[in-house]
Design a protein around this ligand. Structure first.
Ligand code: UGA
Length: 450
């Protein structure tokens, strides 16, 4: 099928690349002409595992095309995936101006019937507005526009694997024809008719997602309800972690045992610095806002958000207790990205931690395998190191902020010899307290006995 992807950010590129790998002809466009030039030159503007490989293969097979001409891209596809940003406004409400702009472009540039699919994360009832906008901007002309909602459940860092091996594909539609078109688009994914770069032809058998057809309103709600529930789970684990510290219990033991109950599940119960990134913090706010606009009290989510914001305060309590005076201290920050395997620093806990450290007069040295360049633009006064051991040299304390494998596997015996003081404040519970103590470290983490 001929498809158009509007918005070449992380969601648009993964969607476009994977649907091209599934055999569709994909036309990608973006308002940022520089980004299109970069893509045409074979460069991928974001770091996402396997993405460059899937894109390069699609380009070589002439399955993916990039153009800065929006009209050309719109006319090329029967189905248009809207993958533009929906950032939060001051009020927490999602800013849908990019969706509105795209609706106008589609309505005025289309030359035939289109199925317009919301892939961007949007609050419930956006589909209704989108349908109205398409009609209004085309001045109720002869071209038929159908709308569908197809939320993504991709995790940054494993987005390509998630796209190829989904646990569910949610499609919200209002008519049978749209449902059939979406089924056709996803059939090669569900039937595994694509080259999988993750498993190299050895995809695990039996794990296949389900395509769920729902109404548009339900599909939109499913996305926010899922992300918010996961955020609730994390905040719950973090409150349990605080309780463990007061009571003298071990949060790892508690959450592990809780998670073995299949009704609870072990995932997203990891205590620490809390959730960051561009999805949970903004989605939770948008969901609270949406609930408010329709008169539903979602205080439960407000509490989860509050707990998350307080994680950095909890962390600084540990820093002050262990390091005492921060001014003039050399501090190594291990990890800048909001989580491992991504270069994304949006709403990353490490950024707020660095901001406060600088405010308190620390000399900050930072390391991250992928996110240094983006962070340098925000904090030019910080010293950045490729090698974590260089970052730790002469440090009075090491602050672990992201669970990268290279930090998990650090040789602390070696690091300890380089540091001015053997002090580690671990925001991700990466190491065994006993082992760190054996190595002579003053080691602090979340919810575990010292
Ligand atoms: C999240 C969802 O997991 C995806 O399903 C969804 O598609 C995506 O948002 C989106 O809306 O686009 P993502 O933001 O990439 O994906 O990251 P997650 O892996 O969900 O982690 C979010 C944050 O929670 C990270 O900061 C992570 O460190 C933190 N986290 C996660 C914890 O603090 N504890 C945990 O147990 C798990």
């Amino acid at each position: 099928m001929k498809l158009t992807v509007i918005g070449c950010g992380y969601v648009g590129l993964v969607t476009g690349a994977c649907l091209a790998a599934a055999g569709h002809e994909v036309h990608c466009t973006d308002i940022d002409a520089k980004r299109i030039d970069m893509l045409k030159a074979g460069k991928v503007p974001i770091y996402e595992q396997y993405l460059d490989e899937v894109l390069n293969r699609a380009v070589a097979e002439k399955k993916i095309h990039y153009t800065a001409n929006t009209g050309e891209a719109i006319r090329a596809g029967e189905v248009i995936f809207i993958c533009v940003g929906t950032p939060p406004k001051e009020s927490g409400e999602a800013d849908l101006s990019a969706i509105d702009h795209v609706a106008r472009e589609i309505a005025t540039q289309a030359n035939g019937a289109k199925l317009v699919v919301e892939k961007s994360t949007v609050p419930a009832l956006t589909g209704v507005q989108l349908q109205k906008a398409l009609a209004a901007y085309s001045q109720n002309g002869p071209i038929k526009f159908d709308v569908a909602s197809n939320p993504e459940f991709l995790r940054e860092g494993t987005a390509v694997a998630d796209f190829f091996h989904p646990d569910r594909i949610v499609v919200g539609v209002e008519d049978q024809r749209s449902a059939q078109m979406m089924r056709e688009i996803y059939a090669p994914i569900l039937e595994r008719r694509f080259h999988c770069p993750v498993h190299e032809g050895q995809c695990p058998v039996g794990v296949s997602g389900e395509l769920l057809i729902t109404t548009i309103n339900s599909a939109e709600l499913i996305k926010h309800a899922s992300n918010s529930f996961l955020a609730l789970k994390i905040s719950y684990a973090n409150v349990i972690s605080d309780l463990c510290e007061r009571i003298g219990a071990d949060v790892e033991q508690v959450t592990h045992a809780m998670g073995l109950d299949p009704r609870i599940g072990t995932q997203f119960l990891k205590a620490g610095l809390g959730f960051g990134g561009f999805c949970f913090p903004k989605d939770i706010q948008a969901f609270i806002h949406l609930a408010g606009t329709v008169g539903v009290d979602f205080d439960m989510l407000k509490a989860a958000e509050k707990v998350n914001k307080q994680r950095i305060d909890r962390y600084f309590e540990k820093i002050h207790k262990a390091l005492w005076v921060v001014r003039g201290k050399r501090v190594a920050v291990l990890g800048l990205a909001f989580k491992a395997n991504t270069d994304d620093i949006r709403f990353a806990p490490a950024l707020e931690i660095i901001r406060r450290l600088l405010e308190e007069g620390a000399e900050v040295h930072a390391c991250d395998p992928e996110a240094v360049n983006k962070t340098r633009a925000v904090f030019p006064s910080v010293k950045y190191h490729e090698d974590p051991y260089e970052g730790l040299r002469a440090a009075d304390a090491a602050l672990v902020c992201t669970e990268w494998k290279i930090f998990r596997e650090l040789d602390w015996e070696r690091a300890g010899k380089l540091m001015a003081r053997r002090l580690v404040i671990d925001g991700r519970n990466l190491y065994s307290p006993d082992k760190m103590q054996e190595l002579g470290f003053d080691y602090h983490s979340f919810g575990r006995p010292q």
